[in-house]
Design a protein around this ligand. Structure first.
Ligand code: NAD
Length: 290
C-alpha cells in the first residue's frame, strides 16, 4: 500500500487517519496541534514536523481542515509545490464548491489530480469507518482514490465534476440543520406541555418522524449534553456555504435561511464551541425557557 500524507488531525482527521493505518496504509500526518500528532503516533502513523514533511514523497495527500482559508494555505501554500506529478490530492474538508474547483484547476496546472470528497456521519462515522463520502472530480481519479476512500466510509459515491461533492455536502448540512431545529422545537413543546420529552421522542423515533438525529442524539439533547461532535461554529460555516451556493444557483431556500439564522444566533450567544445539538438552547431561548 502507498504512503498517505494526512493534514488536519482533529475530531474527524484523527480517527480517519487511524482507519487508514488499520487498512495497511503508511500514514504520515501533520497538525498544528501537538496533541493530535501524539494521537496519530499512538495509532501507528508517523508524526511529521510540517506540512512539507508530511506530504513529500506521498502518493496520496488527504486534507481534513476546518474551512477554505486553511485548505488554501496548506494546499496552495505548500502541498502543490512539494508533491510529485500524478499525486492524488483528496480534500475531505467541507468548503465552498468554487474553492474546490479553483484548487482542482491549480492542481491540474502542476499535474496533481484533485478530488473534493467531503464527508457526513460525524465523529462516530469517522471512528467506525462508516462515513458517507460525496466525491467531485474526474471519474478516473475517483477510481484511483477508491481503495483509500473505502477504508473510511461505506457510502462512497462519485457525484459529479469538481465542486459537486461540496454541493451535495451543502445539501446534507441544510437537511441536518433543519432536523436539529425541528427536534429542538419538539422537545420545547413536549416539556412546556408537561409531557416527558424522552418518552415522547422515543415514540417519534418509531414512526414517520424517525431520523438519524433522533436515533443518535435524542437522549443527549434531552439531558442537555452538548459536548462536540460537530461544533456550532462549523455548522454556521456550512449554512453560509449552502446559502451562497443557493445564490449562485439562483434558487430560494427559505427554510435554510431561517435555520441559518438560528445557527447564527447560537454562535452569537457564545455556543460556537458546543455541539450543533445546542440549537435546542437557541430554540428554548426564544420562549424564555433556557
Ligand atoms: P477540527 O477543528 O476538530 O479539526 C481541524 C484540524 O485542523 C485541527 O486539529 C487544527 O489544528 C488543524 N489545522 C488547522 N489549520 C491547520 C494548518 N494550517 N495545518 C495543519 N493543521 C491545521 O474539525 P473537524 O470537526 O475535524 O472538521 C474538519 C472538517 O470536516 C471541517 O471542514 C468540518 O466541517 C468537516 N466535518 C466535520 C464533521 C464533524 O462531525 N466534526 C462531520 C463532517 C464534516
Amino acid at each position: 500500500m502507498g504512503t498517505i500524507g494526512f493534514i488536519g488531525l482533529g475530531v474527524m482527521g484523527t480517527p480517519m487517519a487511524a482507519n487508514l493505518v488499520a487498512a495497511g496504509h503508511r500514514v504520515t500526518g501533520f497538525d498544528l496541534d501537538r496533541d493530535a500528532l501524539g494521537r496519530l503516533a499512538a495509532a501507528g502513523g508517523t508524526a511529521a514536523a510540517s506540512v512539507r514533511d508530511a506530504v513529500e514523497g506521498a502518493e496520496v495527500v488527504i486534507t481534513v481542515l476546518p474551512d477554505h482559508p486553511q485548505v488554501e494555505e496548506v494546499v496552495l501554500g505548500t502541498v502543490l509545490d512539494v508533491v510529485a506529478e500524478g499525486t492524488l490530492l483528496i480534500d475531505m474538508s467541507t468548503i465552498r464548491p468554487e474553492t474546490s474547483a479553483a484548487i482542482a484547476e491549480a492542481g491540474a496546472e502542476r499535474g496533481v489530480r484533485v478530488l473534493d470528497a467531503p464527508v457526513s456521519g460525524g465523529q462516530t462515522g469517522a471512528e467506525q469507518g462508516t462515513l458517507s463520502i460525496m466525491v467531485g472530480g474526474a471519474e478516473a481519479d475517483f477510481a484511483a482514490a477508491r481503495p483509500v476512500l473505502d477504508a473510511l466510509g461505506t457510502t462512497v459515491v462519485h457525484v459529479g465534476p469538481h465542486g459537486a461533492g461540496q454541493v451535495v455536502k451543502a445539501a446534507n448540512q441544510l437537511v441536518v440543520g433543519g432536523i436539529y431545529a425541528l427536534v429542538s422545537e419538539a422537545i420545547v413543546l413536549l416539556e412546556a406541555s408537561g409531557v416527558d420529552a424522552g418518552t415522547g421522542l422515543d415514540v417519534l423515533a418509531g414512526g414517520l418522524a424517525a431520523n438519524r438525529v433522533l436515533d443518535l442524539k435524542r437522549h443527549s439533547m434531552v439531558a442537555r449534553e452538548f459536548r462536540p461532535g460537530f461544533r456550532i461554529d462549523l455548522h454556521h460555516k456550512d449554512m453560509g456555504i449552502a446559502l451562497a451556493a443557493a445564490r449562485r444557483a439562483d434558487v430560494a431556500l427559505p427554510v435554510t435561511g431561517l435555520v441559518a439564522q438560528l445557527v447564527a444566533a447560537g454562535r452569537a450567544r457564545g455556543y460556537g464551541a458546543l455541539d450543533h445539538s445546542a440549537l435546542l438552547t437557541v430554540v428554548e431561548n426564544l420562549s424564555g425557557r433556557a
